[in-house]
Design a binder for this molecule. Structure first.
Ligand code: MLT
Ligand code: ZN
Length: 478
């Protein structure tokens, strides 16, 4: 496989907006609804994917679905690229305006339109910050479980576009599992509603399911109706330390087989433990450990969770594990969670990195870590792995260390390709939750047969014949 060529906007058949075009947008978006100042262009040219930056021509900030529709109709007529954006917390470059054009920010559409307690649903606009939505439903003893690491800043629309997930997808599934209906706008400005509040609905194709996770390439999501559940009455967090990676991986398989169903089951291997120890003081019991499992249990009663934690510790000890750290109080639980939640930041602080979001069938976890280490070592790189063990989904960070840039890029690509080939051979995929976006698209052919990719391209053409929506994403260059 060859290195990624830079995208050529002309090859995408796109035209950049001109001054009269921007003036027409400003007419109905208002002076603060269309930004072209250098600071805004720079800020909207990046997301949280490594250090990439592609400047857009303008940022549209509509306040309503009607304004989104008018914006898209104009962009469609001019064949200008449109890149929908939430908070820009994505990790695969999905919100990067790689072909210039208009960044369509949903940030000002952030209302919670309805909390329907009779049906246990919430309808919210795409720009609502996830944690704000969660706090609002929490006031009613309810929970919207998806919990990407960026939940304090990410916006619902980005979660929907990427079908985001986090630690709790182990028990509660991904964003898409909670979506009952969508309000969207098609590329030419036509509004399209899918689903509704029904728990079941098999009338025709599942357009809601298709649009969730379509990375802003098929339509712009402006609002969604989400399912809610009662918040569990009790939670408990524990860390199980292991002297060997295989023992931790075996414990993951064994605990599910034993009938446990934790809310979260997260793994930190050696490199991740060492990295986070530089940011968070680790309890003495974790010193010298080679792998950690952080498990969150939830249910109705504290006592039952304590019994379950004891059973898990026994199971872990049977596999060579050490004494468990158990936290019952909220503040203690937060302290244990910090050991996991700060890993990403800790790893990325130390070096330039490339993050691969690999997922394999859960039983292949240890093989995934070994494949990552082997692929990195063959290129003289280091790989640090951590993440959602209960889902078989680990974030593999390849580190540049002190390699010169050109060599790093070459070796990084070679290591990543070798890793993904191994992942696919294990029955896995090239992304579990971060999306294909811009940075992973060259690997799509490893995951899907040509016939599947051709079908996906045909779906893209059906929704967006002019190719204006988030161009350059998901698919490798032809
Ligand atoms: C995580 O699980 O920590 C997130 O997906 C973010 C990351 O990998 O950096
Ligand atoms: Zn993650």
């Amino acid at each position: 496989m060859t290195a990624l060529p830079p995208l050529d906007p002309t090859a995408l058949g796109l035209v950049r907006p001109d001054a009269p075009g921007l003036a027409r947008l400003r007419e109905f978006l208002g002076p603060d609804g269309l930004r072209t100042d250098a600071g805004a262009l720079e800020a909207h040219g990046r997301d949280e994917t490594e250090s990439l930056c592609f400047l857009p021509d303008a940022i549209a900030l509509p306040r309503s679905t009607g304004e989104v529709s008018r914006t898209l109709a104009l962009c469609h007529a001019g064949r200008w690229p449109v890149v929908p954006r939430g908070a820009g917390t994505g990790l695969s470059g999905g919100a990067l305006p790689v072909a210039g054009g208009i960044v369509l920010s949903l940030a000002r559409m952030d209302r919670i339109r309805e909390l329907d307690l009779a049906n246990l649903t919430v309808t919210a606009e795409a720009g609502v910050v996830l944690a704000d939505l969660q706090r609002r439903v929490d006031e009613h003893g309810l929970r919207y479980p998806p919990d990407p690491a960026s939940r304090e800043s990410c916006r619902l629309g980005g979660n929907l576009a990427e079908n985001s997930a986090g630690p709790r997808s182990c028990k509660y599934g991904t964003t898409g599992d909670w979506v009952l209906g969508l309000e969207t706008v098609l590329a030419d400005g036509t509004p399209l509603a899918t689903g509704g509040k029904n728990r079941k609905d098999v009338a025709g194709y599942d357009l809601t399911g298709l649009l969730v996770g379509s990375e802003g390439t098929l339509a712009v999501i402006t609002a969604a109706t989400l399912r809610l559940v009662a918040r569990p009455r009790a939670t408990l967090t524990l860390i199980l330390p292991f002297p060997a990676l295989d023992a931790a991986a075996a414990a993951v398989a064994a605990l599910f087989l034993d009938g446990h169903h934790p809310a979260a089951c997260e793994l930190l291997e050696e490199g991740a433990i060492a990295a986070v120890a530089r940011l968070v003081p680790l309890p003495a019991a974790l010193a010298g450990q080679v792998a950690l499992l952080l498990v969150e249990l939830d249910g109705d009663e504290d006592e039952a969770l304590l019994d379950e934690a004891a059973a898990l510790e026994e199971l872990a000890r049977g596999l060579g594990g050490g004494e468990a750290l158990v936290a019952r109080e909220a503040a203690e639980q937060r302290r244990l969670w910090e050991i996991r939640s700060k890993v990403g930041e800790a790893v990325k602080q130390g070096s330039v990195y490339k993050e691969a979001d690999a997922v394999v069938p859960r039983a292949a976890l240890a093989e995934l870590v070994r494949a990552a280490r082997a692929a990195a070592a063959r290129q003289g790189l280091r790989a640090v792995c951590y993440g959602h063990a209960g889902d078989g989904n680990l974030h593999v960070n390849l580190l540049q260390g002190d390699l010169p840039d050109a060599l790093w890029r070459e070796r990084r690509d070679a290591a990543e390709e070798e890793l993904f080939r191994a992942v696919v051979a294990l029955g896995g995929s090239i992304t579990g939750e971060h999306g294909v976006g811009w940075t992973q698209r060259r690997y799509l052919p490893l995951r899907h047969a040509p016939a599947a990719i051709a079908l996906m391209r045909a779906i893209k053409r059906t929704f967006d014949p002019a190719g204006i929506l988030n161009p350059g994403k998901i698919f490798p260059d032809p």
